[in-house]
Design a binder for this molecule. Structure first.
Ligand code: ADP
Ligand code: MG
Length: 205
């Protein structure tokens, strides 16, 4: 593992959230309460503030600490959900050096906490296709660069596919059919984070 992978993952995800917070908020203005970018920025600024502490930890512990920071700092629904994702990924990563296993555990934690699943116009509509692409690519023994490309494409396709969906989970579900025709903000932040993580992992190759 190249030096300071944890630090570079933190830097890349924090930079992505800072750069796109306004876009995430605009998406949430259309079908939510207009705070998703603010929520994500608050959470990732807390992670940025602890950057050196977290970067000095083994990745499993860093994931768990970052997850706890999101749970504590983010007011909206997305904080506990992303927090559960990272905490479960960290727990799994202590025993599984791969990515697919920990990501699967993290997604299971979101489903449990959110009482939600794919097809409800949420972050799961990006995270689950990304995991499926990762698992399929690994089974096909794709070259790492192509594997990362597939994961990124699956996340982007998953995000686009949220537009025609009607939300049946989270705040956007209150809108009924009026949620149709808009991208889901949490799906957008998931695609953004997956892109940032893929960039860092591609640099490792
Ligand atoms: P809030 O909805 O409390 O204002 P945010 O705006 O930060 O919180 O986050 C909204 C996003 O959280 C949604 O776009 C959706 O992707 C995700 N979300 C909300 N509820 C759920 C749920 N039950 N399961 C999965 N994701 C959810
Ligand atoms: Mg919101």
């Amino acid at each position: 593992m190249a030096a300071d992978l944890t630090g570079r993952l933190i830097d890349a995800t924090v930079a992505a959230i800072r750069a796109d917070a306004e876009r995430l908020t605009a998406l949430d203005q259309a079908i939510g309460d207009g705070d998703h970018g603010v929520n994500m920025k608050r959470g990732f600024e807390a992670i940025a503030a602890a950057r050196d502490e977290f970067a000095g930890l083994p990745l499993p512990q860093a994931l768990q600490k970052a997850g706890m920071a999101l749970v504590m700092k983010v007011g909206g629904a997305s904080g506990p959900l992303y927090g559960s994702l990272l905490m479960s990924m960290g727990k799994a990563a202590a025993e599984d050096a791969g990515l697919a296993g920990p990501l699967a555990d993290g997604i299971a934690a979101i489903k449990k906490r959110g009482r939600s699943d794919v097809g409800q116009k949420t972050m799961l509509d990006v995270l689950v296709p990304a995991l499926e692409a990762l698992e399929a690519g690994e089974a096909e023994e794709l070259a790492p660069r192509e594997l990362l490309q597939r994961v990124r494409a699956a996340a982007e396709d998953g995000l686009a596919a949220t537009a025609p969906m009607q939300a049946t989970a989270g705040r956007a579900s209150y809108l009924g059919t009026r949620s149709v025709g808009h991208l889901d903000p949490g799906a957008a932040s998931s695609a953004l984070l997956i892109g940032a993580v893929c960039d860092v992992l591609a640099e490792e190759l």
